[in-house]
Design a protein around this ligand. Structure first.
Ligand SMILES: [Zn+2]
Length: 67
């Protein structure tokens, strides 16, 4: 599930939410209460970090050409 950051257009406060990519939820700025927020894709919430060099069975980026 992707992690989105919402940046408030009013005060610039950033808030992170985990939600579906096609979610249409309006998020309020927790600082000033404005609903004028820009959604920014922050990162994918995967449990693993780091690259040891060995490629596993699944492609982490989705760009590998699997036959
Ligand atoms: Zn705000």
């Amino acid at each position: 599930m992707p992690l989105f950051e919402y940046r408030c257009k009013e005060c610039g406060h950033m808030t992170e939410f985990l939600e579906k990519a096609d979610a249409k939820a309006q998020h309020k700025c927790e600082k000033c209460g404005s609903t004028k927020t820009d959604r920014i894709l922050s990162a994918f919430a995967v449990g693993k970090g780091g690259s040891s060099g060995s490629t596993g069975a699944s492609c982490p980026t989705g760009t590998c050409s699997l036959s």
